[in-house]
Design a protein around this ligand. Structure first.
Ligand code: MN
Length: 160
């Protein structure tokens, strides 16, 4: 009996240890490794929730290209929008969502590269539990940068 009780106690301790490790790993997932300064909080006119952006490359006559970084806290996302010359996203940390109108939400994560074609209505942002850090590149800025539209409703966001 004593031996059985001791074994049960050991099993119990082993389970507890595993649970603690899992919790630590899960909390680590929510901490993104910042590469660039966080930048300015995005306007409620264009974003739902807490999003921060910083411009890294300004467009000029030699390079008609914009590049910058956006950090979305969990649950934050852009409003629907289009880019006249398209956009390239490079995900540098976290987990997020990208959706082209009429298509399913696509999960995007660290290391992914996503191309948004010109004039295609879409949105991008964090997942509900983990933030997203993304670089954006907008080429051919002489054609325009972004056309903002309506917010992404909770119904659309939670459809994933
Ligand atoms: Mn976009």
């Amino acid at each position: 009996m004593i031996l059985a009780a001791a074994i049960l106690l050991m099993i119990g301790q082993a389970c507890n240890t595993k649970t603690e490790k899992q919790e630590i790993m899960e909390s680590d997932k929510n901490e993104l490794n910042a590469i660039f300064p966080k930048g300015e909080k995005g306007s409620e006119e264009f974003f739902t929730g807490n999003a921060y952006s910083i411009r890294l490359v300004e467009s000029n006559s030699i390079h008609t290209t914009l590049a910058g970084n956006v950090y979305f806290e969990p649950d934050a996302r852009s409003h629907w929008h289009t880019h006249p010359s398209g956009q390239i996203l490079i995900i540098t940390d976290g987990v997020g969502y990208h959706q082209i109108e009429g298509q399913e939400i696509e999960v995007i994560k660290k290391g992914d590269v996503v191309k948004c074609p010109p004039n295609v209505k879409h949105w991008h942002g964090a997942s509900p539990d983990v933030g997203l850090q993304q670089l954006y590149i907008i080429p051919n800025t002489e054609q325009g940068i972004v056309e903002w539209m309506e917010p992404v409703t909770d119904e659309v966001y939670n459809a994933k």
